[in-house]
Write a protein that binds this ligand. Structure first.
Ligand SMILES: Nc1ncnc2c1ncn2[C@@H]1O[C@H](COP(=O)(O)OP(=O)(O)OP(=O)(O)O)[C@@H](O)[C@H]1O
Ligand SMILES: [Mg+2]
Length: 382
């Protein structure tokens, strides 16, 4: 059906004529002989177009304009006017009718006017739809802006709180060291044991504070911040030697493999160290005694370098994979295998890698092991 049309006219000839002209063109045409009948039809149905006689036996067609527009503001109204009622037609157009057609009219004249009217309706509806889409887009943009503002506020708040906690916790650590080193008098074994436990707790608290600081810093890093050129090799070798003792204690073989050439990436040394300390630290933490942890560097043509930290550990359950890197997320098998951990390490890694223009991909099979690969654009030609 091309459109629903209502013909409101008391003259049978006009009603029939309109039906004869319009129905073969694929329009659904209904008729009303009085304003009262027209009102009933308008109230129960939304027409695309209404042909409306200005002079009706029970009133003026004009009186229907308001009810039609209330029902559907985009319904096109075409006034049917006789020679003597042109003034009324002009008034009706001022009141919102789209056009008028003068009696007597031919089928072609009627079709032309109706088609123009329906084209106008189509365009109005399209404009309205676009306006709605535009408004939705605006609302979405506003919501996104608000979410970003809140997220930045959260990061800044975290940064300030963590920063303020650092000094008193650091102070307490120093004071405690005076006691545990016996520099403030001799301690009983029991006292020393208790104080050492307090010291361990404070060390953990300091790690958490530093994690929160790094996380907030990596999130608020400005996109245009200029980063230094940092050679990757020395950072990785430093990280490997940092974990040598821990790996040996767990009888884990630590393996490092890199091509002879050196790679320079655009990143801070502190950031790179944090990234690989987290990844290698996790690999050792989540690999049982006797396993293997390997770090390998490889060229990814044309301009990237990839560093993969691979382990033969507990792996990551399939359903946990999408959540890795969410703040404080720890998979169930990880909680069981290592009770200590806050679940901040990978979020720091994720944000830092992103702020250095790199990418992180994770592959893992539960019970077999995991591989964390970081890809950076390299600054020196390979
Ligand atoms: N090498 C790995 N093998 C298995 N699971 C891992 C590995 N690395 C990360 N995960 C999973 O990802 C989670 C998040 O890692 P993340 O480093 O953020 O936290 P964490 O090591 O538990 O605690 P911390 O904040 O002290 O680093 C871990 O709890 C664990 O479920
Ligand atoms: Mg970790």
């Amino acid at each position: 059906m091309k459109g629903n049309i209502l013909v409101v006219d008391d003259e049978l000839g006009i009603r029939r004529g309109c039906q004869r002209a319009l129905e073969p063109e694929g329009y659904n045409v209904e008729t009303a002989v009085s304003l009262q009948e027209a009102r009933q039809k308008i109230n129960s149905f939304s027409y695309d177009l209404i042909l409306l006689d200005v002079m009706m036996p029970d009133g003026r067609g004009m009186d229907l304009l308001a009810p039609i527009q209330t029902q559907d503001p985009e319904t096109v109204i075409i006034i049917i006017t006789g020679y003597a009622t042109v003034d009324l037609a002009v008034q009706a157009i001022k009141g919102g009718a789209y056009n008028f057609i003068s009696k007597p009219f031919t089928s072609d004249q009627l079709l032309l006017t109706v088609n123009q009217g329906l084209e106008k309706r189509r365009l109005s509806l399209e404009a309205r739809r676009l306006q709605a889409v535009e408004q939705q887009a605006k609302a979405l943009a506003q919501a996104k802006e608000e979410a970003e503002r809140l997220s930045e506020f959260k990061s800044r708040f975290t940064f300030i709180v963590a920063h303020e906690l650092r000094a008193p916790v650091g102070g307490a650590q120093s004071l405690l060291r005076v006691l545990t080193r016996g520099k403030a008098g001799v301690l009983t074994d029991k006292q020393r044991e208790i104080l050492q436990r307090v010291e361990t707790r404070l060390d953990q608290l300091m790690v958490l504070i530093n994690d929160l600081l790094d996380l907030a810093a990596s999130k608020t890093m400005a996109a245009d911040e200029t980063l230094p050129m940092t050679p990757l090799g020395p950072v990785l070798r430093e990280v490997m030697s940092h974990f040598a003792v821990e790996a040996e204690q767990k009888q884990i073989v630590l393996h490092y493999e890199a091509p002879a050439e050196s790679f320079v990436v655009q990143a801070t040394e502190h950031g790179l160290t944090r990234i690989f300390n987290n990844l290698v630290g996790n690999a050792i933490k989540y690999t049982p005694v006797g396993g293997v942890v390997s770090v390998s560097v490889a060229v990814v043509p044309p301009h990237n370098v990839a560093i993969t930290v691979r382990d033969t550990g507990i792996g990551i359950p399939q359903d946990a994979l999408p959540h890795l890197g969410e703040e404080f997320f720890r998979a169930e098998n990880a909680r069981q295998s290592a009770t200590i951990g806050t679940g901040l390490g990978l979020s720091i890694v994720k944000h830092m890698v992103a702020s250095f223009g790199g990418s992180l991909t994770i592959a893992s099979v539960e019970g077999q092991g995991s591989a964390f690969t970081i890809e950076f654009p390299r600054c020196n030609p390979g």
